[in-house]
Design a protein around this ligand. Structure first.
Ligand SMILES: *[C@@H]1O[C@H](CO)[C@@H](O)[C@H](O)[C@H]1NC(C)=O
Ligand SMILES: *[C@@H]1O[C@H](CO)[C@@H](O)[C@H](O)[C@H]1NC(C)=O
Ligand SMILES: *[C@@H]1O[C@H](CO)[C@@H](O)[C@H](O)[C@H]1NC(C)=O
Ligand SMILES: *[C@@H]1O[C@H](CO)[C@@H](O)[C@H](O)[C@H]1NC(C)=O
Ligand SMILES: *[C@@H]1O[C@H](CO)[C@@H](O)[C@H](O)[C@H]1NC(C)=O
Ligand SMILES: *[C@@H]1O[C@H](CO)[C@@H](O)[C@H](O)[C@H]1NC(C)=O
Ligand SMILES: *[C@@H]1O[C@H](CO)[C@@H](O)[C@H](O)[C@H]1NC(C)=O
Ligand SMILES: *[C@@H]1O[C@H](CO)[C@@H](O)[C@H](O)[C@H]1NC(C)=O
Ligand SMILES: *[C@@H]1O[C@H](CO)[C@@H](O)[C@H](O)[C@H]1NC(C)=O
Length: 329
């Protein structure tokens, strides 16, 4: 392809594709009180089909071994951000503010550091799109969990994204937060990439549930236990948005896949997004999918274990990076 002859319409299509890829590809945030994705009664068995390339939390501490400190000790709390997928795309996605969020702790008395992050057990594609088995079954590898690891890769967060101190807490607050973490980790178990709105700035049909949602829940929990946040720190969070008229409920897997035509439409839709394609195939099929979606203005969303048809409205998709204030105690 002669790059010098790329026409303006190609450029526009490319930019649209980049922003769609960005949307399709990333991971994001939420606000609000109780999310439907909270409050699951224990973590469901993980489908043995779902095997992540990089094991979840491989360098992290063992489950339910949050550290504890003397009640009067001091911990600094940091908000951490880095571009998502930097290992694949470098800091390209930072230009689109496609960031992932984490929290760091520094224990003043010992100098020990910790990093905590809630993320998909696989990767974001696996959390966003299902796998189709040979017999047509769609498998969702969309569980997510909290990982705590020792240390803060200070250079990395500071240079690639952000490392900013947001609060000082004592050992008592940390221990309440540690207990909260384990409870949250057992009950907030599914990842949701998309924020679904009726229009920009309008009514939120479905909230996303991702690394930034967790950071906001975590800060809210610390505030509830008595942490005071530095209100001069301003934090923006990435959201991947879809705009749609009222979502139409299609049903759970057992309902939709007994309806031949609907089952075919859903499978055809998700075939575009098979996460196990090579990167080249994936880019090609996302490109095609984008144009299909522009024409049909239909998106099949899987949310709360239910399939929904979204009748899309302009501008169809967007990425936003907006401030959510730190909690006030
Ligand atoms: C999630 O789905 C369950 C089962 O269909 C339903 O009982 C529950 O009300 C749903 N929650 C939300 C917030 O939609
Ligand atoms: C996504 O899930 C599939 C199916 O389990 C697995 O083969 C693949 O390795 C996963 N991808 C990543 C990046 O973990
Ligand atoms: C959260 O749950 C996952 C899955 O069971 C586990 O691997 C992880 O270690 C837990 N995190 C914490 C902080 O206990
Ligand atoms: C820890 O901080 C909270 C909130 O500021 C305070 O109420 C509590 O007395 C502190 N505990 C200790 C042991 O300093
Ligand atoms: C802990 O993190 C702080 C802040 O990033 C840093 O100044 C310090 O060197 C770190 N300590 C260790 C032992 O890594
Ligand atoms: C499809 O294959 C999977 C994995 O082999 C199996 O668990 C599932 O029951 C099959 N579904 C149907 C409808 O045959
Ligand atoms: C620990 O967390 C559980 C929920 O996971 C909650 O019911 C309990 O009250 C918490 N304990 C303390 C001391 O806050
Ligand atoms: C609060 O945050 C602002 C902006 O980052 C910073 O200048 C200030 O020193 C912080 N205050 C404290 C008490 O850490
Ligand atoms: C952060 O969000 C605020 C308000 O939501 C906005 O005005 C500002 O431009 C955002 N910052 C960046 C870097 O996008």
């Amino acid at each position: 392809m002669n790059l010098e002859r790329v026409s303006a319409s190609h450029m526009i299509a490319k930019m649209a594709m980049v922003s769609f890829l960005a949307s399709a590809v990333v991971l994001l945030l939420a606000v609000g009180d109780v999310h439907p994705f909270q409050g699951h009664v224990g973590r469901p068995q993980i489908n043995p089909y779902c095997q992540a390339v990089v094991p979840f939390c491989a360098n992290g501490r063992a489950p339910n071994t949050m550290p504890s400190f003397d009640s009067s000790d001091t911990l600094f709390v940091y908000a951490l951000k880095a571009p998502r997928w930097e290992f694949t795309f470098g800091d390209l996605l930072a230009n689109y503010h496609i960031m992932r969020d984490a929290v760091g702790f520094h224990h003043v008395q010992s100098g020990a550091n910790f990093t905590m992050e809630w993320s998909g057990l696989g990767d974001i594609f696996n959390c966003t799109f299902p796998h189709e088995l040979n017999n047509g079954t769609l498998v969702w590898c969309n569980q997510a969990a909290t990982c705590i690891s020792n240390g803060i890769d200070e250079k990395h967060w500071r240079e690639e994204g952000m490392l900013v101190k947001v609060a000082e807490i004592n050992g008592t607050i940390f221990s309440l937060f540690a207990n909260w973490t384990e409870g949250d980790n057992a009950t907030s178990v599914f990842y949701e990439t998309w924020s679904v709105w009726d229009k920009p700035g309008g009514k939120l049909w479905y909230d996303s549930f991702d690394s930034s949602s967790w950071v906001q829940r975590a800060f809210a929990a610390m505030a509830k236990y008595g942490a005071t946040f530095n209100q001069s720190v301003h934090l923006n969070y990435t959201r991947i948005n879809i705009y749609s008229g009222p979502p139409q409920r299609l049903g759970g897997a057992d309902e939709v896949f007994t309806k031949k035509r609907l089952a075919r439409e859903i499978r055809t839709f998700y075939k575009r997004f098979q996460p196990h394609q090579s990167v080249r195939e994936l880019l090609k099929s996302l490109y095609d999918a984008f144009f299909d979606i522009v024409v049909t203005k239909q998106f099949f969303l899987f949310h709360n274990e239910t399939y929904w048809l979204l009748p899309l409205e302009q501008p169809l998709f967007s990425l936003t990076y907006e401030e959510v204030p730190l909690p006030k105690s």
